[in-house]
Design a protein around this ligand. Structure first.
Ligand SMILES: [Zn+2]
Length: 430
């Protein structure tokens, strides 16, 4: 009998290994580092964000997460292409169109449209819906010269400065050249255009760790964007200029790291868990867009996107809200799992703010994934939102830690494979 007893005792000891306990000291330490002045506001497309990526990478390494691919670290590196039209000469009936009356969209190739060229023409006529026509023409797969009727001048004046700046796109997603010109001339007029382009490859990186589950190909994503808005113009000479983004979104990133520790301590889960820190949420959403293309959306069972959980919600302490609550059964499942705990989840109280569409969850939701954002900050009145005052000192660390713990409890059903939220109907989204 003794011979058999020893392995049984060993197994019992293993089973009793305690899961990771969330603590205010741990969340506060991570939050403090991510929102420190050394991180300089973690703006994507600047080198300031690299420090934050490296810190999260080190955290994932310490937790000993699996890697998504066979890479040497947890950085999911990718490139965005920046394209800008320079040295342009655009003419209609031999008369030069002034710079404020046209803009160029398209890929890296030079434009050389002589008057004799048979380039397709389009017309946004008086009375047509400018935005709708613009989107139609923009998505066409051919080169086109677009005559915009002068009755659209006001709208055109809003679009022109925006689209005259460098445009950013994924290298694979380039569209063909199009020139939009505000003119009183008809679509039958002759035109010519000579435009050279300047372009640059910009480096970005998400940070992604994994805990492989028994159901290898059923993913549950815990995510938060780790970038912020960087350095702002100071109001006075000695004023603070670093937008530290403690709440937005060092708080969510802290949650992702703490949740990774917790689930790692629980042993092999039923579903595969992904812990993702997204880049460039504040600068075009490129991080979540790239990430969404690396996986089969049908294999992502749910996405817990976490944003701004450093301040208690209007409904009181120990509550959080979920964006797009009615778009899948995700929220109800969280409510069910949280029953009997001190914490409560409820639908987003700010529907007019369109928060469902204002974070990385929307990218995945558009692919049908039950992808929702969990948040607690009264965003309509928060004085620190996107300000240099979004500092560590404004964060309620007790609330932050309670919220992270609550998310870990509310996720139990989905992580264990017992619960599967319904899919989002992408055709119903904006
Ligand atoms: Zn944010």
């Amino acid at each position: 009998m003794r011979f058999f007893l020893i392995p049984i005792i060993l197994i019992l000891i293993q089973c009793q290994s305690q899961p990771y306990e969330f603590s205010e000291s741990s969340s506060s330490e991570i939050l403090k580092t991510l929102s420190s002045d050394e991180m300089r506001g973690r703006q994507a497309f600047t080198e300031d964000i690299d420090k934050a990526a490296e810190f999260i990478n080190e955290q994932f390494k310490e937790i000993d997460l699996d890697k998504l691919d066979s890479e040497s670290d947890y950085l999911q590196n990718f490139e965005v292409l920046s394209i800008r039209a320079v040295n342009a000469d655009v003419e209609i009936e031999g008369v030069q169109v002034s710079a404020e009356n046209y803009f160029v969209l398209g890929d890296t190739s030079t434009i050389e449209w002589a008057e004799t060229n048979e380039i397709k023409t389009e017309h946004i006529a008086a009375g047509e819906n400018f935005q709708q026509r613009f989107n139609e023409i923009r998505s066409m797969d051919v080169e086109a010269f677009v005559f915009v009727d002068q009755s659209h001048e006001n709208t055109f004046r809003r679009y022109q400065p925006f689209f005259s700046r460098a445009s950013r796109t994924f290298p694979d997603d380039q569209s063909s050249n199009k020139i939009f010109a505000l003119t009183s001339k008809s679509q039958q007029s002759s035109f010519s255009a000579y435009v050279t382009k300047e372009y640059d490859f910009l480096e970005l990186a998400n940070v992604v760790g994994k805990i492989e589950g028994n159901r290898k190909d059923e993913y549950v994503v815990f995510s938060a964007h780790y970038d912020h808005i960087g350095i702002r113009q100071p109001n006075t000479a000695n004023a603070d200029s670093i937008a530290n983004g403690a709440n937005d979104n060092a708080s969510g990133t802290t949650a992702v790291i703490e949740l990774a520790k917790y689930f790692k301590s629980k042993g092999k889960p039923e579903r595969t868990l992904l812990f993702v820190a997204f880049t460039a949420e504040e600068s075009g959403g490129y991080g979540s867009q790239y990430f969404s293309k690396q996986l089969e959306p049908d294999q992502i069972m749910a996405m817990f996107n976490i944003e701004m959980i450093g301040k208690p919600a209007v409904e009181g302490p120990n509550t959080a809200w979920i964006t797009g609550f009615e778009k899948s059964s995700f929220g109800e499942l969280l409510q069910k799992s949280a029953e009997g705990t001190i914490y409560e989840f409820y639908p987003d109280p700010y529907p007019n703010q369109n928060l469902f569409y204002r974070s990385d969850n929307a990218t995945l939701a558009r692919l049908g994934v039950p992808a929702h954002t969990i948040s607690t900050t009264p965003i309509d009145v928060d004085p620190d939102y996107h300000q240099v005052s979004d500092e560590f000192e404004t964060i309620n660390v007790v609330h932050l830690t309670n919220t992270i713990r609550a998310i870990s409890q509310a996720a139990v059903g989905i992580v264990s494979g017992q619960d599967t939220p319904t899919r989002v109907d992408a055709s119903q989204l904006n």
